[in-house]
Design a binder for this molecule. Structure first.
Ligand code: SF4
Length: 121
């Protein structure tokens, strides 16, 4: 986290990505929303907050990009509602496979997941 002379706080995250972030990627990045929520909940509620991604883009000729986004209180409220809905599902034992995830290839539940998708328990 950085603070500039005018008092603006910037949360910085370092990323590698296969392609440059689009405006949509930036606006909808859930991690940026949750980090901003955490910063506000930990004493920065009344400070101007920015979120910065320092991205190494792994294209044929790699490049480094610095991109900014920000989140409002309303973005936090929307994220909280999603988080609470997911938590409610977990408590009720609702687990929906996210088979497009990059985590699947190394996941220890892969065979159980496949079995469930094919109609098993
Ligand atoms: S294989 Fe693992 S990461 Fe992929 S959907 Fe199933 S449980 Fe989730």
């Amino acid at each position: 986290m950085l603070e500039d002379p005018s008092g603006v706080i910037t949360i910085v995250d370092h990323k590698t990505a296969a392609k440059a972030y689009s405006t949509r990627d930036l606006n909808e990045n859930f991690q940026a929303t949750v980090y901003s929520m955490a910063a506000r909940a930990n004493g920065l509620a009344h400070r101007e907050l920015l979120f910065r991604f320092d991205c190494l883009i792994k294209t044929k000729t790699p490049k480094f990009e610095i991109v900014y986004t920000s989140r409002t209180q309303e973005d936090g409220t929307r994220a909280s509602r999603k988080i609470m809905a997911v938590w409610e599902g977990i408590e009720k034992g609702v687990f929906i496979p996210n088979t497009g995830s990059w985590k699947c290839s190394g996941c220890g539940y892969q065979s159980a997941c496949e079995q469930w998708l094919e109609g098993g328990q």
